[in-house]
Design a protein around this ligand. Structure first.
Ligand code: NAD
Ligand code: UDP
Length: 323
C-alpha cells in the first residue's frame, strides 16, 4: 500500500530547462512531490537525469500547447524557450507556447483549484524608456519585430493570468524575471553569459554584438529560485507582477572583459552586428519584492560567473553531458 503523502503536489512546466531543473531540485528538497513536464524544445532530459531515481519526482514529455489532466496543488509555468536564438527559431510555436500554454495551464489550475505562478519576463518592458524598470511601467514593445513572438506572447500570458484571477478567482503569481544565468544553461543556448564563457573556454573569439555599450543586470540562478519560491508562498492577496533580478547593471563589454579575466583565456573580443530591437538598457527596480518577502540577491556577478565557468569547464572537459 502506498504511504500517505502529506506534502504538496507541484507541477513544473519547462521543468527540464535551465531554471526549471533548479526549481525541481529545490521543490524536492522541501519535501514536495514534483511532476516535471517538458517537450525538450530547448533542453534535454539530462538536466533532470539525476532526479529520476527520486521517489517524489516524475518526468513526463508533454507540450503545454495541448491540454493536460493531472491532479496538483501548485503550478509553476516555466515552459517557453528563453534564449532569443531559440525563441526566434520557430516564432509561431513560441507564441503558441506562451498563449495556448497559459490557457491550458490556467484551465488546469481552475479545474483543480491550484495556485499558479507565471514565469514572465523583463521583456514585457521591451526596449524600456524608463530606467530602472518598475512594475507599473507598461513598456515599449515592438508588436511586429523578431522579438515580438516572445515579448507579446509573454504579455498576453500576463493578461490571461489577470483575467483568470478576476473572472475565475484563481490564485495567481506573476514574476518578471530579469537575465538569469548559471550552471545547466545549454552550451549552445545563445544567451550572452553562456556564449561568452563557452567561447572563452574554447579559446575562440567572444562575439560582442553592437558597440557592447548596451546593459543587462545578471542574477545568479540560486538567488532567482529562492525569490520565485518566496513569491509562490506569499498570501493569496499578493498577485504581482513583481520584478525578480539583480539590480547591479553591466555593459556587455564589461561582461566580456570579466569573462576573459576569470577564464584566463587568450580569446579576443570581436564585434558582430547588433540584433534588431535589442534593448539598450535593463535593470530591475526590486523595491516591491524587497518589501513583500525581504528578498535580495546575494551572489555577485564575479562569484556567479566563477561557479558557471567551473560548470562549463567540467562539461567541456567531457566530464559532464553537453546536451
Ligand atoms: P530554457 O529554455 O532553459 O527552459 C525552458 C524550458 O521549456 C525548456 O526545457 C523547453 O524545452 C521547455 N519548453 C519550451 N516550449 C515548451 C512547450 N511548448 N511545452 C513544454 N515545454 C516547453 O529557459 P529558462 O532560462 O530555464 O527559462 C524558463 C522560463 O523563465 C521561461 O518561461 C522564460 O521565458 C522565463 N525567463 C527566463 C529568464 C532567464 O534569464 N533565464 C529571464 C526571463 C524569463
Ligand atoms: N549578446 C552579445 N553577444 C552574444 C550574445 C548576446 O553581445 O554572443 C548581447 C545581446 O545583443 C544583448 C545582451 O548580450 O544585448 C543579452 O543578450 P541575451 O541573448 O543573453 O538576452 P536578452 O537580454 O537580449 O534577451
Amino acid at each position: 500500500m502506498p504511504l500517505p503523502f502529506t506534502g504538496k503536489r507541484v507541477l513544473v512546466t519547462g521543468g527540464a530547462g535551465f531554471l526549471g531543473s533548479h526549481l525541481c531540485e529545490q521543490l524536492l528538497s522541501r519535501g514536495n512531490e514534483v511532476l516535471c513536464i517538458d517537450n525538450f524544445y530547448s533542453s534535454t532530459r539530462r538536466n533532470v537525469e539525476h532526479l529520476l531515481p527520486h521517489p517524489r519526482f516524475e518526468l513526463m514529455r508533454h507540450d503545454v500547447t495541448f491540454p493536460l489532466f493531472v491532479e496538483v496543488d501548485e503550478i509553476f509555468n516555466l515552459a517557453c524557450p528563453a534564449s532569443p536564438v531559440h525563441y526566434q527559431h520557430d516564432p509561431v510555436q513560441t507564441t503558441k507556447t506562451s498563449v495556448h500554454g497559459a490557457i491550458n495551464m490556467l484551465g488546469l489550475a481552475k479545474r483543480v483549484r491550484a495556485k499558479i505562478l507565471q514565469a514572465s519576463t523583463s521583456e514585457v518592458y521591451g526596449d524600456p524608456l524608463i530606467h530602472p524598470q518598475v512594475e507599473s511601467y507598461w513598456g515599449n514593445v515592438n508588436p511586429i519585430g523578431l522579438r515580438s513572438c516572445y515579448d507579446e506572447g509573454k504579455r498576453c500570458a500576463e493578461t490571461l493570468f489577470f483575467d483568470y484571477h478576476r473572472q475565475h478567482k484563481l490564485r495567481i503569481k506573476v514574476i518578471r524575471i530579469f537575465n538569469t544565468y548559471g550552471p545547466r544553461m545549454h552550451p549552445d543556448d545563445g544567451r550572452v553569459v553562456s556564449n561568452f564563457i563557452v567561447q572563452a573556454l574554447r579559446g575562440g573569439d567572444l562575439t560582442l554584438y553592437g558597440s557592447g555599450e548596451q546593459t543587462r543586470s545578471f542574477c545568479y540562478v540560486s538567488d532567482l529560485i529562492t525569490g520565485m519560491l518566496g513569491i509562490m508562498d506569499t498570501p493569496d492577496t499578493f498577485t504581482g507582477p513583481v520584478n525578480l533580478g539583480n539590480p547591479t547593471e553591466f555593459t556587455m563589454r564589461q561582461l566580456a572583459e570579466l569573462v576573459v579575466e576569470l577564464t584566463g583565456s587568450a580569446s579576443r573580443i570581436v564585434h558582430h552586428p547588433l540584433p534588431s530591437d535589442d534593448p539598450k538598457q535593463r535593470r530591475p527596480d526590486i523595491s516591491l519584492v524587497r518589501e513583500t518577502i525581504g528578498w535580495e540577491p546575494t551572489v555577485a556577478l564575479r562569484e556567479g560567473l566563477q561557479h558557471t565557468i567551473a560548470y562549463f569547464d567540467t562539461m567541456l572537459a567531457g566530464a559532464l553531458p553537453s546536451a
